[in-house]
Write a protein that binds this ligand. Structure first.
Ligand SMILES: Nc1ncnc2c1ncn2[C@@H]1O[C@H](COP(=O)(O)OP(=O)(O)OP(=O)(O)O)[C@@H](O)[C@H]1O
Ligand SMILES: Cc1ncc(C[n+]2csc(CCO)c2C)c(N)n1
Length: 333
């Protein structure tokens, strides 16, 4: 390509706070912090998937109340169970007339997942018995050719595909090797899910590196195969999601919804197969016609300047992480 034809690339430093209007053009609207915004009907078509790492530092009750479907992947159920054990101290006022065990159980029984799925090599017997007694459906899937994470996502897909598929999930017998994948494949052979479902995933990032990379791989793969599912990985420090090819408007009520810093940190991470051309509006270091790839430019330690949203246009899918501070409250909410 001749020099004259090559679009000029630049990085421009913005003020800490700037107002970015929503784009006029067709765009993907992403509201990553919806789970922090309490409202009556906020939980509709929102799912929570709990994987197997400690939930310490996560506001599980808040996430729970803003989601309608709750699925644990195998040992994720142990983590949910233990979360309320650890939490007993903060509810010690309830323990006046009860043992602390009874007090933690009072809270725990308000958080019963609908499904626990996986090869069940990590699920403790006491936890399985407890949640089964309280009405959770345990779905063994013993195949060693997909992960417990994928099995949990298949559960969410089946739950939201149609009323009929939901009934299968709730009532029918499911082959214990790979039944879920086989059932969902049959349904989706007809037509794919077309209504947005938000899936918040706890404990998929950080910890074991192979599982972390698998989580990111699934973020890209599921975006290709199921564009109407929006996945958000939540960690104690970040929210991680995929920007879609085209113009993305990442919107939030205000920066204080998710962080107390004036310019919360973010990154634009080209973790897929291809180079991505990026133009942004609302970042501390805004880019224009900026080519990004793993062996080239990567925008880390960038920041959020947009007071209630940022615009990022990308030539292909791109991972974005936004720093999050659990427990910050936005008084305006
Ligand atoms: N250390 C970790 N780091 C990142 N993700 C994890 C980690 N441990 C567990 N997970 C996630 O939790 C899910 C359930 O984990 P669990 O420990 O119950 O089963 P596993 O046998 O380790 O996982 P799998 O069966 O999928 O290999 C995994 O599929 C993975 O997505
Ligand atoms: C090439 C290849 N690599 C790894 C595994 C192992 N594996 C992948 S998912 C899974 C299930 C864990 O619950 C296991 C054991 C495989 N089957 N094929």
């Amino acid at each position: 390509m001749s020099k004259a034809k090559k679009l000029e690339s630049e990085v421009v430093e913005s003020p800490d706070d700037i107002q970015i209007p929503a784009p006029d053009l067709a765009h993907t609207l992403i509201r990553p912090f919806e789970f922090l915004v309490n409202s009556r009907d906020n939980c509709h078509r929102n799912a929570l998937v709990i994987l197997n790492q400690s939930l310490t530092g996560i506001d599980v009750p808040r996430l729970w109340s803003n989601t309608e479907l709750h699925v644990c992947a195998d040992g994720g159920a142990n983590q949910l169970y233990d979360y309320f054990e650890a939490d007993t101290k903060s509810h010690s006022h309830l323990a006046t007339e009860q043992t602390s065990e009874q007090a933690s159980d009072l809270i725990r029984q308000q958080y019963i997942p609908q499904f626990i799925v996986g090869d069940l090599d990590s699920l403790r017997d006491d936890v399985r018995d407890y949640y089964e007694r309280k009405g959770a459906r345990i779905i063994p899937q013993y195949t060693q050719y997909s992960t417990d994470f994928s099995k949990a996502i298949a559960t969410v897909r089946l739950y939201y595909y149609s009323e009929a598929s939901r009934q299968v999930l709730v009532n029918d017998s499911i082959d214990t090797n790979n039944g879920l994948a086989e059932i969902i494949e049959k349904y989706e052979a007809g037509s794919k899910q077309e209504q947005t479902v938000r899936i918040y995933i706890l404990s998929g990032i950080g910890g074991r590196f192979d599982q972390t990379i698998h989580s990111i791989s699934q973020l890209y793969i599921l975006n290709q195969s199921h564009p109407f599912l929006q996945h958000f990985f939540i960690t104690t420090s970040d929210l991680i999601f995929l920007l879609k090819k085209g113009v993305n408007y990442v919107a939030y009520p205000s920066k204080t919804t998710f962080h107390s810093a004036q310019v919360p940190t973010c990154g634009l991470l080209p973790l897929g197969n291809s180079k991505v051309m990026i133009s942004s509006h609302g970042l501390k270091y805004d880019v224009r016609n900026w080519e990004s790839e793993m062996l080239g430019n990567v925008s880390s330690s960038n920041g959020i300047s947009g007071v209630d949203g940022v615009v990022v246009e990308v030539s292909g899918p791109l991972v974005m992480n936004i720093e999050i501070e659990h427990g910050v409250e936005d008084s305006k909410l």
